[in-house]
Design a protein around this ligand. Structure first.
Ligand code: UP2
Length: 365
């Protein structure tokens, strides 16, 4: 019993995917598909957010989750880094817990902490009581995507969802966690309940991604930010089948799929099996080494350490050049493309001008 049986895929499933923008020359989409981009694409996780004064200004007095359900505000916040940095992709301003909130789970995002869940999920009864995600509950997000596809012109829009394991960790721990002890205890002590929980969260992720794809995003990223807390054996047994189902259920949409985690150096081979087109790599492993672990036929994304942006122009330039050289060696080692990114999100106090300079440098290489 893997817990994968008779799980209904979330009802946030459009009948069919409406026509999407055709962006024949978008470097991000070309790199993801192994075609030759006109220049090396670059974007940054968390590019929309606290590093930008214009973000802090427009968010003043508006709650984080409240802002995620305001289509016009989501559109403006998403556009801010695109206008300022001239990045090769926009990433939808939302959060990994948005579909959980939309489904009716009692949680909030506490500044300086992150998502906090009122009633942590610990038992089979808690799992059985979890609500499923209905399409209309994320209608505001779909409307934001619609506004953005008109505003963005030829720049692709990346949608995203939290991966089943990372979402489960927030629900079981009740908030950010260093050791994930309640999550791992449930995983090992009650596999049946664990797989039932991940099955429900897989449906939520699929439903959230399908709502975004149906509204016109051009690529998607699955954030398994906490997967690095797991051993390879546990990742394969308790997590991979569920992440695999997310990618399989959205494969028909024909949009590039990016699979990202943090601290995943030992998991890259298994993550490569989940079925995504691109694997995001954190800064702890060189991209050419990552290419040998992920296996051939995938594009790679990454992987500048976000902290390097605080080290001054010379260091940033040296490190960007190193990563581009490692990416070119990765292409010789079987990777089909490279999307320049950080190894995790932009840190809140980053100098926005340092980010703009990285875009200019990457485009010049
Ligand atoms: O420190 C805090 O105030 C809580 C930050 C936090 C949030 N969600 C959270 C966390 C935990 C964490 O990031 O460590 C929880 C969260 N949100 C997200 C992730 C995935 C990840 O970043 O690894 C996670 C888990 C991060 C982790 O636990 O390591 C995803 C996320 N949040 C967000 C976005 C969208 C975007 O950046 O455009 C995205 C996805 C796209 C991306 O990463 O680029 C946006 C977001 N979420 C949030 C914020 C801060 C809101 C504010 O105070 O103005 C912001 C904006 C910003 O980062 O400045 C809230």
């Amino acid at each position: 019993m893997t817990g994968l049986e008779n799980t209904n895929v979330g009802s946030a499933v459009p009948a069919e995917y409406p026509a999407r923008r055709i962006l024949p020359h978008a470097p991000l989409l070309a790199a993801a598909r192994g075609e030759r981009p006109v220049h090396r694409p670059v974007w940054f996780m968390r590019q929309a957010g606290r590093s930008l004064p214009e973000y802090r200004e427009i968010r003043a007095g508006v709650g984080m989750l409240e802002s995620c359900f305001d289509p016009e505000l989501v559109c403006e916040i998403t556009m801010q880094p695109v206008r300022r940095h001239k990045v090769d992709a926009a990433i939808l301003f939302s959060d990994i817990v948005v579909p959980l909130k939309a489904a009716g789970i009692d949680l909030d995002i506490v500044a300086g902490t992150g998502p906090v869940v009122a009633n942590p999920v610990r038992t089979a009864a808690d799992v059985a009581a979890l609500p499923s995600l209905e399409a209309e509950e994320v209608g505001a997000v779909a409307r934001a995507v619609g506004l953005l596809t008109r505003e963005l012109g030829d720049t692709p829009l990346i949608g995203f969802a939290g991966a089943p394991f990372t979402l489960a960790s927030y629900l079981v721990e009740g908030g950010p966690s260093r050791n994930h002890e309640h999550t791992k205890a449930l995983m090992h002590a009650d596999p049946k309940t664990w797989h039932a929980l991940l099955g429900k969260l897989t449906d939520v992720a699929i439903g959230f991604l399908r709502a975004q794809i149906g509204a016109g995003v051009d690529a998607v990223q699955l954030f398994d930010s906490w997967a690095g807390a797991l051993s390879l054996a546990d990742y394969r047994e308790y997590v991979l089948p569920h992440s695999e189902r997310v990618f399989a259920e959205i494969a028909g949409a024909g949009v590039p799929r990016i699979h990202f985690g943090v601290g995943t150096g030992e998991l890259l081979g298994a993550m490569g099996e989940a079925g995504a087109d691109v694997v995001g790599v954190d800064w702890r492993i060189p991209l050419d080494v990552a290419a040998t672990r992920v296996g051939p036929g995938k594009a790679l994304q990454g992987n500048l350490d976000p902290a390097i942006l605080f080290a001054g122009r010379e260091v940033v330039e040296r490190e960007v050049r190193r990563i581009v050289a490692e990416a070119d060696r990765a292409l010789e080692a079987g990777a089909i493309g490279h999307i320049f990114n950080l190894g995790h999100g932009v840190l809140p106090d980053t100098d926005p001008d340092a980010i703009t300079r990285v875009v200019e440098l990457v485009h010049s290489l």
